[in-house]
Ligand binder design. Sequence first.
Ligand SMILES: NC(=O)c1ccc[n+]([C@@H]2O[C@H](COP(=O)([O-])OP(=O)(O)OC[C@H]3O[C@@H](n4cnc5c(N)ncnc54)[C@H](O)[C@@H]3O)[C@@H](O)[C@H]2O)c1
Length: 358
Amino acid sequence: MKTYLVTGGAGFIGSNFVHYVLSHHDDVKVVNVDSLTYAGNLENLAAVSEDERYVFVHADICDRSRMRSLVDEFDPDYVVNFAAESHVDRSIENPSVFADTNVLGTISLLDAVRDAWMGADGPGERKYLQVSTDEVYGTLSLDEPDTFFREDTPLSPHSPYSASKASADLFVQAYADTYGLPINITRCSNNYGPYQFPEKLIPLMIHNAQSHEALPVYGDGLNVRDWLYVEDHCKAIDLVLRKGRVGEVYNVGGHNERSNMYIVERIIAELAERLDDPAICTSLIRHVEDRKGHDRRYGIAPDKIKEELGWEPETAFEDGIARTISWYLDNQEWVEHVTSGTYQQYFEHMYGNRKVLS
Ligand SMILES: NC(=O)c1ccc[n+]([C@@H]2O[C@H](COP(=O)([O-])OP(=O)(O)OC[C@H]3O[C@@H](n4cnc5c(N)ncnc54)[C@H](O)[C@@H]3O)[C@@H](O)[C@H]2O)c1
């Protein structure tokens, strides 16, 4: 029996991870700690809300005493920190909330597990895993397609978002070096798949194209990202928790480098065909002023996780994008709630009359 304490489990990747763990293991308990910011949506977890192996706790990771009491109460084997402000554009508008959640929130969790685990009995098999990003490595050039981010690539973040994630990674590493805390850090490329909030590229394009709205593309649209299907990412995290060497960083990449223009054109083609709608076409594309400090290319070499743990991305981009489009077409109510803000009433509806656990 393993207990996972997952933070940010109502967000995109976190909710996919909760589903992944509950559907791949019988002998688990999953405690989802989420403060439900604009990006947290309990509708993502409606299918497991009655599962007795799953518990939701409405709490902020920056609340230090609460984090400590949750670690004491649930005594997790694994703490997986997904909770973050995650949108680069928002970090350019308002950097300080990124420092609060991504840096101070991480320290709050690290303190909670250090104080609970590093007593006389030691941590045993317990582990803290920080979900980080390839953006901490900075940017790669389009002219050197054979250069990739490796685990020992120096950290060189450019946006307030990536600076906050890099800073958090350094604290995680420092807690390992200073206190012997058993940790892993995973650094993944851009994820896509079900339950992604439609401010991010792929769900935004699917949503706008369907309703014949403009498709805004930053600059020339040639910025390249390495796209990773979210379920492949969840599998990697679970594998690192269970089998990864303590103290190690693992890069998780999709071997799927694509330009933003490729992604947008692919979504247009797929949607136009499926909906038999010629109005979904490239004339909807609008090139808009580029994002400030826009990194040109991210590319990950996931060699270490492949060699040590046997993980490889299993979902080819063409399959993943087709599955993702199907999911959004089949879940119009979810999209409608998210885009109208109705999802924020779901908490009250689902949990308003329930006993609050701790
Ligand atoms: N989405 C990607 O492509 C991607 C790529 C690389 C790394 N990551 C990292 O993966 C993690 C998850 O990303 P995501 O896309 O699922 O993010 P998301 O924005 O969809 O979800 C974040 C979740 O964290 C919660 N949260 C925010 N602040 C909190 C706080 N103070 N206390 C408790 N909960 C809080 C939100 O309510 C939300 O449920 C993040 O750490 C992000 O940096 C994401």
